[in-house]
Design a protein around this ligand. Structure first.
Ligand code: NDP
Length: 401
């Protein structure tokens, strides 16, 4: 029987919800590319409930315990004395969400001799040292597509929020003001702007589709070009590299995974190639941007705004400069963990676990590493290597609280 360690974010500060603003979720059966949504044999949760926090347990306890497995649920994940580290010695499966990642570094993997499966309840397995997982033949999976549309919606919201100067204007209302000139002296229309995405995968393409009705010029860079019909339908300009794209864009959105090829892609050099006053929206991973270069670009006016929900490490320490830099629209990592998304990835995790325990193959679209190599979606979108370096900094969040 297996020990499963499930790392989740904390419950709300005023307790686990007793009720929700809405009574149901829309029923979605397929994703836009035809992929079927997760279909485990059963679920033991109510879609629309808070599943991603400790008390929600991703709805897994009943299932796992009925099969004789042990489930440990904790939010205490950082530092050598954390519950996660204490539980690693005999854990067979570690599950965590990118929003509150259980960093599985090489050192931690070495402390977990029985670890066989790392499940990302969401998308983006960069919190696992993929090279170490490959070397140890640990299977790494994620729930591909579960929250890609959730993120695409968030990206569009953030682009509009930055360009139209929404957050500062909202804040004038809260402060009791009616300061129209203060609000509009940084406010523009997106109509006619050139907007480009780094990567046109599930999220990137959904962002392009959602932006089309705004009458903007759409650009993308991706290592694999989209089908010609899609390029025509959306009137897309493809660029052979990121540098080429950013020179012409008013807004750039980053939608590629974090792996050694993309780490610090947006550094001083890349930012200097952007149009002065461009906006950058990053809901992919914090480490794709050089933290201090972003701050410098906002302070100098090279960037007019930066928004996103991804940081490095997570949780971000209280003194992380992105909390206080000018003209930002940052949130904690939330775009992919709406209640709607949680229902899908909780079901996806259940599906992966059912396959694992019953000896059935896990869908190719969920595999990142398997059998000692990148596999499935992982072989297409990732490169081998380690992007977890520096993650021990996450322990500072607790100390500063
Ligand atoms: P997909 O796998 O569908 O898309 C990723 C795309 O990135 C692929 O088209 C891939 O290209 C492309 N890509 C990979 N490497 C590069 C590179 N070096 N340069 C340019 N493009 C590259 O994943 P999703 O769209 O669903 O998700 C993308 C990322 O968004 C995730 O990996 C995760 O990091 C982040 N994410 C964030 C969430 C949040 O809550 N903020 C939630 C979900 C995801 P190709 O395969 O064609 O080579």
């Amino acid at each position: 029987m297996a020990k499963v360690v499930l790392v989740l974010y904390d419950d709300p500060v005023d307790g686990y919800p007793k009720s929700y603003p809405r009574d149901d979720l829309p029923k979605i059966l397929k994703y836009p590319d035809g992929q079927i949504v997760p279909h485990p044999k059963a679920i033991d949760f109510t879609p629309g409930a808070l599943l991603g926090s400790v008390s929600g347990e991703l709805g897994l306890r009943k299932y796992l315990e009925s099969q004789g497995h042990t489930l440990v649920v904790t939010s205490d994940k950082d530092g050598p004395n954390s519950r996660l580290e204490q539980e690693l010695h005999d854990a067979e499966i570690v599950i965590s969400q990118p929003f509150w990642p259980a960093y599985l570094t090489e050192e931690r993997i070495a402390k977990a001799p029985k670890l066989k499966l790392a499940v990302t309840a969401g998308i983006g397995s960069d919190h696992v040292d993929l090279q170490a997982a490959i070397d140890r033949k640990i299977t790494v999976t994620e729930v591909t597509f579960c929250n890609s549309i959730s993120v695409a919606e968030h990206v569009v919201m953030m682009i509009l929020g930055l360009v139209r100067n929404y957050i500062p204007s909202y804040n004038w209302v809260i402060k009791g003001g009616w300061n129209i000139a203060d609000c509009v002296s940084r406010s523009y229309d997106v109509e006619g702007m050139h907007i480009g995405t780094v990567a046109a995968g599930r999220i990137g393409l959904a962002v392009l589709r959602r932006l089309k009705p705004f009458d903007v010029q759409l650009h993308y860079f991706d290592r694999h070009r989209l089908p010609e019909a899609v390029e025509k339908e959306l009137d897309l300009h493809w660029h052979p590299n990121v540098e080429d794209m950013v020179t012409v864009c008013d807004v750039v959105t980053i939608n590629c995974p974090l792996h050694p090829e993309t780490e610090h892609m947006f550094d001083d050099k890349m930012l200097s190639k952007m149009k002065r006053g461009a906006y950058l929206v990053n809901t992919a991973r914090g480490k794709i941007c050089d933290r201090d270069a972003i701050v410098r670009a906002l302070e100098s006016g090279q960037l007019a705004g930066y928004a996103g929900d991804v940081w490095f490490p997570q949780p971000a320490p209280k003194d992380h400069p992105w909390r206080t830099m000018p003209h930002h629209g940052m949130t904690p990592h939330i775009s992919g963990t709406s209640l709607s998304a949680q229902a899908r990835y909780a079901a996806g995790v259940r599906e992966i676990l059912e396959c694992w325990f019953e000896g059935r193959p896990i869908r190719d679209e969920y595999l990142i590493v398997d059998g000692g190599k990148l596999a499935g979606v992982g072989a297409h979108s990732y490169s081998a290597g380690d992007a977890t370096k520096g993650s021990e900094e996450a322990a500072r969040f607790q100390r500063a609280s």
